[in-house]
Design a binder for this molecule. Structure first.
Ligand code: C2E
Ligand code: MG
Ligand code: MG
Ligand code: MG
Length: 290
């Protein structure tokens, strides 16, 4: 009953307000603490990268791996990116962390190429603040030069929300990135608000269909329709399509039947350590040539 609820809120108004500010302070304190811990993590190399294979659905071959950051916290253990990337973003620490990711992703991919002779790409996630950083192109060129990785093997993932705003400025930025020789993909596609006419103007190479749409295939026919529509439109715009979060054989079959180019997800592999990726690639090579 609405009246009763309002009355209760008034009755406890003061207490609630008090409680709320305490919570806010606790939140601010937590952020501050994490900021210090993140600085420490950078200095003492507590980050590692996980590598998740992306396969060509038609040939079954691994075409790429996505670099996903992990934090090995001295007391909390393994911390996943969803719980610290936003703090890194708010404090600006994402810029040095992002440079660390770029450099290490390129270095490890170069090492893998030299070890296995395989021609696969590495995909690196960018955050909004990195994308807006005027020194981004410079960081990319430094990472490539210092590691010797050729730019054609590096792909950058951006999200729709980063591409909103002044279309001319965004297009110019993407063009400058493309001029370094790297390729670009729009991550989590469908979860944001980009219109199709907008998409047409952007110099990107690929779309990654958000996991949200893949998850309930084949139970949710709406999601199936949306997924196949995204694939069709992307192809009309000459973009490659990657499906994220593929967990089952049915999902893989549906995507293949609807001409999706690439897929990534637990069905193929979880994100792997460098050593496990090396093993996975070797096993896969034998399977492919057998
Ligand atoms: P994302 O870029 O969309 O990455 C995909 C996420 O989905 C990864 O989570 C991956 O482990 C997870 N995933 C992959 N396959 C499956 C599947 O089949 N089922 C399910 N349920 N999940 C799957 P992770 O590693 O926790 O990363 C979460 C997000 O954190 C990433 O989403 C990305 O936005 C961000 N992130 C990760 N690494 C970096 C980084 O180096 N820099 C920045 N700026 N962001 C990063
Ligand atoms: Mg990604
Ligand atoms: Mg994604
Ligand atoms: Mg995401």
């Amino acid at each position: 009953n609405a009246d009763l609820a309002l009355y209760r809120a008034k009755e406890h108004g003061r207490d609630r307000y008090h409680f709320y500010t305490e919570e806010l302070n606790a939140h601010a304190l937590k952020q501050l603490l994490m900021e210090q811990e993140l600085r420490h993590a950078l200095q003492f190399e507590e980050f590692t990268l996980g590598f998740q294979p992306q396969v060509n659905l038609t040939t079954g071959k691994i075409v790429s791996v996505e670099a996903l950051i992990r934090w090995h916290h001295p007391s909390k253990g393994l911390v996943m990116p969803d719980s610290f990337i936003s703090v890194a973003e708010e404090t600006g620490l994402i810029n040095p962390i992002g440079r660390w990711v770029l450099k290490n992703a390129c270095m490890q991919m170069k090492m893998l190429q030299d070890l296995t002779g395989s021609a696969i790409k590495i995909a690196v996630n960018l955050s909004a603040r990195q994308f807006d950083d005027p020194k981004l192109e410079q960081s990319i060129e430094e990472a490539l030069n210092e590691t010797g990785l050729e730019p054609e093997w590096l792909e950058l993932e951006v999200t729709e929300s980063m591409l909103m705003g002044d279309i001319q400025a965004v297009t110019n930025k993407l063009k400058r990135l493309r001029q370094t020789g790297v390729s670009l993909a729009i991550d989590d596609f469908g979860s944001g608000y980009s219109s199709l006419s907008y998409l047409k103007k952007l110099p990107v190479n690929a779309l990654k269909v958000d996991r949200e749409f893949v998850r309930d295939i084949p139970e949710d026919s709406n999601d199936m329709e949306i997924t196949s529509a995204i694939i069709a439109v992307a192809h009309k715009l000459q973009l490659k399509v990657v499906a994220e979060g593929v967990e089952t054989a049915e999902q893989k079959e549906y995507l293949l039947a609807n001409q999706c180019d690439f897929a990534q997800g637990y069905f193929f592999s979880k994100p792997l350590s460098f050593e496990d990726l090396y093993i996975y690639l070797n096993e896969h090579k034998f399977k492919q040539t057998a």
